[in-house]
Write a protein that binds this ligand. Structure first.
Ligand code: GLV
Ligand code: MN
Ligand code: MN
Ligand code: MN
Length: 413
């Protein structure tokens, strides 16, 4: 079929739904703290399930806690079209990162119901477990298991900083299903997401047609020196792990700066021991996050940083360890799905441009097992992973409208 239909989502209803979800796991500054597999995550899942049941969708739940809500097609044996994202947030997360893609998908389902539109293919809305990876590294954990990138047993044994495992926390909140992970055929998947960067807003463009995603390495680094008195230890005799952290921070920044505009890098989580005013730090543990859309650059950065850490450690008489805890190569999304998104934006008269995703998304893994692409809408000031993350109602509606068009075109009326 062609895009002959003039169907549109209900922007007010979508906005109201986003507000209701944001009330669960409120943050301290107007955003959300609904980290994966916490009680708040469980509560958010119940709310989504209630909404989906009211919309007449049937739920499937796999053993990684991925939630699937199906709207039947007129030809139920055809492979379904998927749409969705994640409901989990950063500890100081915004209200839209991930959530827009799930609730935008719910709005698509509701709109199809209102207009009594039947598609040939079934449509499935999905909430992937643990996209953020803050509590259990790596990010996109359950979509990674779905796509066959990680072993399920390995994923379930991932522990948070309190030593609690993914598997036990999933059972504790009551969201471990019995469906085998990854057994579902997918005709195509679309993920709506906020851009999390400034390009669309700066250029006054409504829709980002996501063609690629940049790759990533996450490294966990430990530097061991010696705790000693800050007053009486002579400067030349210090083995200061804190100084090592400072030098590695600079190294990561400079390495990314050397590859502009194709690289980013930062240290995000830091633990300093014993963290006392008058003790020279004897041990630091910290995380490095480096990303690039170019695999050669990404791998060269990792090599440069690992070499640099060894040099810094030798210079400061520190012992060191570097453990990779997350990785994916740059992604090229599916050409047919990309053009479905572009045509949808054109059909709706929305301005659009091609864009590369700076962030990681479940779509990056699903793209390995099914044709996949993404739709971006702008966010204010490009700010995300911050409680002050904001979008506007028209931006959200435009994104949901493009999702609706792309999904209906792919699922066929
Ligand atoms: C997770 O949100 C990531 O992109 O790092
Ligand atoms: Mn996200
Ligand atoms: Mn995120
Ligand atoms: Mn992400």
């Amino acid at each position: 079929m062609s895009l002959a239909t003039n169907i549109q989502t209900d922007g007010d209803r979508l906005w109201q739904t986003l507000d209701e979800m944001a009330a669960i796991g409120p943050g301290v500054a107007g955003g959300n703290n609904r980290q994966t597999l916490t009680d708040a995550d469980g509560e958010g899942r119940y709310l989504l399930k209630r909404w989906c049941e009211r919309a007449g969708l049937s739920m499937g739940l796999d053993t990684m806690g991925n939630m699937f809500f199906r709207r039947e097609g007129t030809e139920p044996d055809l492979e379904p079209v998927y749409m969705g994202s994640h409901l989990d947030t950063q500890p100081t997360g915004g209200r839209y990162d991930g959530v827009l893609g799930v609730l935008g998908g719910l709005e698509v389902m509701r709109t199809l119901n209102d207009l009594d539109i039947r598609t040939r293919r079934p449509i499935v809305l999905v909430n992937w477990t643990n996209e953020e990876g803050t509590r259990f590294a790596p990010a996109m954990l359950a979509s990674g298991v779905f796509a066959g990138v990680h072993e399920e047993d390995w994923a379930k044994a991932r522990v948070d900083r309190e030593g609690k495992s993914f598997g036990s926390e999933l059972r504790r909140i009551g969201w471990e299903g019995d469906e085998r992970v990854g057994a579902r055929p997918i005709h195509a998947m679309f993920e709506l997401h906020i851009e999390q960067g400034p390009i669309l807003e700066d250029e006054g463009v409504d829709i980002g047609v996501v063609t690629h995603g940049q790759g990533l390495w996450w490294l966990e680094v430990t530097l061991n020196g010696r705790e000693s008195h800050t007053g009486s230890t002579p400067m030349p005799k210090r083995r200061n792990a804190g100084l090592g952290l400072a030098r590695v921070t600079e190294l990561v920044h400079e390495t990314a700066m050397a590859h502009q505009p194709d690289a980013v890098g930062a240290i995000g989580h830091v633990e300093v021991y014993p963290n006392s005013r008058n003790i020279i730090p004897g041990r630091v543990v910290f995380t490095i996050d480096i990303r690039s859309p170019d695999k050669t650059v990404l791998d060269a950065m990792r090599e440069r940083i690992e070499r640099g850490i060894a040099e810094i450690a030798a210079d400061l008489q520190l012992e060191f360890g570097v453990e990779p805890v997350g990785h994916f190569d740059p992604v090229t999304f599916d050409a047919t799905c990309i053009s479905a998104v572009r045509s949808a934006a054109e059909h709706l008269g929305l301005s659009h441009r091609d864009i590369v995703s700076g962030a990681g998304h479940d779509a990056c893994w699903i793209n390995r097992v099914a044709p996949t692409s993404m739709i971006f809408c702008p966010c204010e000031g490009g700010l995300s992973h911050n409680e002050a993350e904001r979008i506007t109602k028209p931006w959200a509606k435009a994104g949901a409208d493009v999702l609706l068009q792309a999904v209906v075109e792919t699922a066929e009326i």
